[in-house]
Design a protein around this ligand. Sequence first.
Ligand SMILES: Nc1ncnc2c1ncn2[C@@H]1O[C@H](COP(=O)(O)OP(=O)(O)O)[C@@H](O)[C@H]1O
Ligand SMILES: CC(C)(COP(=O)(O)O)[C@@H](O)C(=O)NCCC(=O)O
Ligand SMILES: [K+]
Length: 249
Amino acid sequence: MILELDCGNSFIKWRVLAVDAGHVLGEGVVDSNLALLEGLGGLKGLTLTFCRLVSVRTAEETAALTSLLRDTFDVPVVCATPAREMSGVRNGYEEFERLGLDRWLAMLGGFHLASGACLVLDFGTAVTADFIAADGEHLGGFICPGMPLMRNQLRTHTRKIRYGDLAAEQALESLVPGRATVEAVERGCLLMLRGFVMTQLELARSYWGEDFVVFLTGGDASLVTEAVPQARVVPDLVFVGLAMACPLS
Ligand SMILES: Nc1ncnc2c1ncn2[C@@H]1O[C@H](COP(=O)(O)OP(=O)(O)O)[C@@H](O)[C@H]1O
Ligand SMILES: CC(C)(COP(=O)(O)O)[C@@H](O)C(=O)NCCC(=O)O
Ligand SMILES: [K+]
């Protein structure tokens, strides 16, 4: 069995695949290394043979996790590393090793699935957009705060914006102008997110007309799916790229 991990700034997404990499035997989203071990411990008949992971965390945090996995499961642990070019995609950063590895893998996955020009939008702690042309050239991208960062900045830097998670969720059932703080903030931030998405679509159209695929991924992708009906929602896009960057042999 293969363990795959996507270590983002807020959460670790994990899944266990059968050795033929055919089907998913278990998966989860956790907020700590300990919770990851607990989640894995809950799987019956777990016999890991290989682990591959991508991390946008510090080298120290990533090293701590890889040694924990080696010690606990006695398996080889392979981390995705930056590359100038892979699977037909050319990294567009001036310093290719500075491009977030989660972005890079989502781009590899997206270009592979689209077999052509694509716009990859990832909604995590941060929101990212990346443009890959039909010839595999990465034109670059954008990074802005995601939903959790936008709302937390407002909560942190104002004195009278305070509300709970449940109220926040309920506030998004409609997008009419808010008549309570929670509605005004949650809807305002969501409209910023959607506005960002619309701008990315316009830019992609200016490059490629209608001849491109839009991918939505990341934990908050569902917040914008309605606004982009033509998009392909691929929650495991980073894992698609991870398998390409870190094959079994
Ligand atoms: N099962 C889940 N557990 C935690 N967060 C989730 C879950 N499903 C969706 N989310 C949303 O995903 C967002 C985090 O997205 P994610 O892609 O995991 O971020 P990152 O990669 O930066 O850690 C949170 O703001 C949360 O609203
Ligand atoms: C942009 C990111 C913070 C997104 O991280 P995430 O929201 O998925 O946790 C991450 O890809 C990152 O740290 N990138 C390095 C900077 C860059 O890509 O230019
Ligand atoms: K991510």
